[in-house]
Design a protein around this ligand. Structure first.
Ligand SMILES: Cc1cc2nc3c(=O)[nH]c(=O)nc-3n(C[C@H](O)[C@H](O)[C@H](O)COP(=O)(O)OP(=O)(O)OC[C@H]3O[C@@H](n4cnc5c(N)ncnc54)[C@H](O)[C@@H]3O)c2cc1C
Length: 459
């Protein structure tokens, strides 16, 4: 039985999503007596994968005004940033991710309490490995350090999992010292010598960061980039007046083609007024989830097959200085884009040979000392090998969606079990909720999920 007087809530994962949820839960008067546990194995909770970065060249890819932890106080991060030493000569237009990590940790530190603190949040520096159902509908969250937390509510805020192997069936390359399976592993890129040949798989924001970090470390040899569509992320346009929302023009569209046609009509209207595509696309941002949810599964699949690459380029933009740096490297012949799909990677002594080409055709072979996998994260919960995910999957407590974008949930993020029923005590937020919204990655979406889930648990 849940103790209404003192429910126990355990948040697994102390990145942005877990932090935002912990802070929102502590703001709920109805949960004043709740015991809140936060499980995060990193040195400090708050920054998570994205903002633990120490390198100053790793920038936030949106302006500070979009990054408040609290949806109801949009300027919160911008005000914090303005008070920091790096803003003494004016706040940066695109701050470092490390600064944002500091912001998250400082906000969380306000509620991180000693173990007995009733109004605080208790951080456990460990990893959750299982969360089976026990008596009274509660779950026993088991940590790698041997602790068990019997919880009324468990929220998975696990973030993104490293990208899957980019090629098969011969997987020997996974053990080759030149293969970098996860670009965010600390110290990984520093193993690359200045004259060694490097090949990046993918051309999204991660590849841009890796490119800039390598140049910063003094890497001099040309870098090959292999990407399916061969495009870099678009650059942010200068700040402009917001474009009026035009969701009504798409609200009844149940096909990708219909939605794209309506969007193109709006682009033409905007262009006639001298307005670029960026503010038009941004005007739809709050409604993307509704547009996605209107499409039947076959249309969502069609979007993933044909448009998701182009969408990522337009939606996930680079700070202009990063885009300019990539353009300069390209013009100087220091970066070469190779359009295609990596099909095979074969170790050959110190080198890795990479076959790039369409299905069923020989394609071409490229060679590099280092191959860095900058492809997107693994979203398929049927394949994720994390022990907690595996144990919940084997117990039938979670259901991957048919498109393999994340987990099936109800409107509040309660996990749907294999019988299709929403769990009364097991929730998730963050990228795991992509099946419901498609865009469930960035701060503006996640902070809303955190506020809504906290209000729901409080009720
Ligand atoms: C490199 C990078 C840059 C980004 N830049 C931006 C940006 O500029 N703006 C923006 O809006 N978005 C950005 N994003 C998107 C980003 O994903 C979100 O902003 C946000 O950080 C996601 O937070 P999260 O808590 O869901 O995931 P994460 O930050 O990944 O946090 C998940 C945490 O869960 C922990 N964890 C996982 N499994 C367990 C377990 N079993 N037990 C205990 N702990 C566990 C992990 O250690 C991790 O710290 C970026 C993402 C990346 C990867």
């Amino acid at each position: 039985m849940i103790s209404p007087a003192r429910p126990v809530i355990t948040i697994v994962g102390g990145g942005f999503a877990g932090t935002a949820l912990a802070l929102q839960l502590r703001r709920q008067p109805a949960l004043a007596a709740a015991a809140i546990h936060l499980i995060e194995p990193r040195q400090a909770p708050g920054p998570g994968l994205a903002y633990t970065a120490r390198r100053p060249e790793y920038l936030l890819n949106v302006r500070p005004g979009a990054l408040s932890l609290y949806p109801e106080v949009p300027g919160h991060f911008a005000h914090w940033l303005a008070r920091q030493p790096e803003s003494s000569a004016g706040a940066p237009e695109f701050a470092s991710r490390a600064a944002y990590g500091r912001y998250l940790h400082e906000e969380l530190a306000e509620v991180l309490a000693p173990p007995a603190g009733p109004a605080g949040v208790q951080w456990h520096r460990s990893t959750a490995v299982a969360a089976p159902l026990v008596a009274n509908g509660q779950r026993a969250v088991r940590l790698a350090d041997g602790t068990t937390i019997v919880s009324d509510y468990v929220v998975l805020a696990l973030g993104n999992f490293p990208p899957p192997p980019p090629a098969g069936p011969d997987l020997r390359y996974l053990h080759h010292p030149g293969f970098h399976a996860d670009p965010w592993t600390a110290g990984n890129l520093r193993r690359i010598g200045p004259a060694e040949q490097v090949l990046l798989i993918g051309s999204g924001l991660t590849a841009v960061d890796v490119l800039l970090a390598l140049r910063q470390d003094g890497h001099q040899a040309p870098i090959t980039v292999v990407a399916r569509h061969g495009r870099w992320p678009a650059a942010h346009a200068p700040v402009s007046a917001p474009y009026p929302n035009f969701y009504a023009a798409l609200a009844s569209e149940t096909t990708v083609n219909g939605a794209v046609a309506a969007f193109k009509r709006e682009l033409r209207t905007a262009a006639a007024q001298g307005i670029g595509w960026q503010p038009v696309l941004d005007a739809l941002r709050p409604d993307l989830g509704r547009i996605w949810a209107k499409w039947p599964l076959a249309e969502q699949h069609r979007f993933l097959q044909h448009l998701a690459g182009l969408w990522a380029v337009a939606r996930h933009r680079s700070p202009p200085q990063n885009a300019a740096a990539v353009a300069t490297f390209t013009a100087a012949g220091l970066v070469k884009m190779h359009v295609g799909t990596v099909r095979e990677i074969i170790p050959e002594g110190d080198l890795l040979r990479v076959r790039v080409g369409p299905h069923g055709e020989a394609g071409s072979w490229l060679t590099a000392h280092h191959v860095v996998n900058c492809a997107g994260p693994l979203l398929d919960y049927a394949r994720i090998a994390d022990p907690l995910v595996v144990s919940l999957r084997e117990a039938g407590d979670l259901t991957p969606d048919p498109l393999r974008l994340g987990l099936l949930t109800d409107a509040y993020g309660a996990l749907l079990a294999d019988d299709g029923l929403a769990s009364p005590g097991l929730f998730t937020l963050g990228s795991s909720r992509r099946p419901a919204y498609f865009e469930s990655t960035a701060v503006p979406e996640l902070r809303l999920q955190a506020a809504a889930l906290a209000a729901y648990l409080a009720s």
